[in-house]
Design a protein around this ligand. Structure first.
Ligand code: UYC
Length: 228
């Protein structure tokens, strides 16, 4: 006969992502025994979505138990996302900001990292040309997207924005209200009117300034990486 804890552990590795997130919430209320299940889940060669693992990681990270902190330090000193880059870009500070849920700073840093990815002139300019975005390596876009997904319960990231954009037939006017970048005729004002936590609608972050038009965002969401 299975104990409650064993049942929760089984649920954690077998159910849908949504049920897994709920199970993690339940486990987070059970003290040390819940933490043990979460640590086993994290280190298991499990093919759960990255944001399910991210949620388990964040719960463990908030724990005061020295054993848990030692476990995290040993296995995930920088976080759970592998920071792959084809251009030697260091994404560790982006991972740090996202894992402490500093989404506004992470949003700024995301733009800076993409400027680094684009090269010297973009670093100076502090914004992107669509032609630079077209040439972004898949590896780096995948890393940035995975970082946003992992620490937002799967709510934020370019791939989420792309999914919503395809869902409205690539109609930008329909996308803006869905991700709360515009309400009626009014653009959401940067930065204070944006929602800088996971209570935001899906796809709300990261931001792409629309001051110079949609071409950069079009390039981001049309990039071949998302067809993989
Ligand atoms: N801003 O309104 N935005 C800025 C957004 C627009 C404007 C930065 C997003 C509309 C100006 C970010 C939306 C608009 C600046 C964003 C939004 C406008 C600025 C900082 C909803 C006027 C000062 C990073 C679509 C009607 C900077 C950056 C400048 C900044 C994001 C105005 C992240 C998602 C059309 C005047 N806005 N932006 O890119 O360049 O500067 O002068 O999108």
């Amino acid at each position: 006969e299975l104990t409650d804890l064993e049942q929760l552990a089984a649920l954690l590795s077998s159910s849908t992502a949504k049920a897994q997130l709920k199970t993690i919430d339940t486990l987070s209320t059970l003290g040390t025994s819940g933490e043990t299940v979460l640590m086993e889940f994290l280190s298991g060669a499990d093919n759960a979505p990255i944001w399910v693992k991210g949620k388990a990681f964040l719960i463990l990270k908030a724990s005061e138990s020295p054993q848990v902190q030692e476990f995290l330090q040993r296995h995930y000193p920088q976080g759970i996302v592998a920071l792959n880059s084809d251009r030697d870009i260091d994404y560790s500070s982006l991972q740090e900001l996202l894992m402490v849920q500093k989404f506004q700073e992470a949003d700024r840093l995301t733009l800076l990292k993409m400027c680094e990815l684009a090269g010297e002139s973009a670093i100076g300019r502090k914004w992107l040309y669509f032609s630079e975005v077209n040439r972004f390596p898949r590896t780096d876009l995948r890393t940035i997207d995975t970082l946003w997904l992992a620490y937002s319960e799967g709510k934020f990231g370019f791939s989420v924005q792309r999914e919503l954009w395809l869902g409205v037939g690539k109609n930008w006017e329909k996308l803006w209200p869905k991700i709360q970048w515009r309400t009626g005729k009014t653009w959401t004002r940067y930065p204070n009117e944006f929602i800088w936590d996971v209570s935001a609608p899906r796809g709300h972050l990261p931001l792409s300034n629309q001051l110079r038009g949609v071409r950069v965002m079009d390039s981001l969401l049309s990039h071949p990486v998302w067809n993989e």
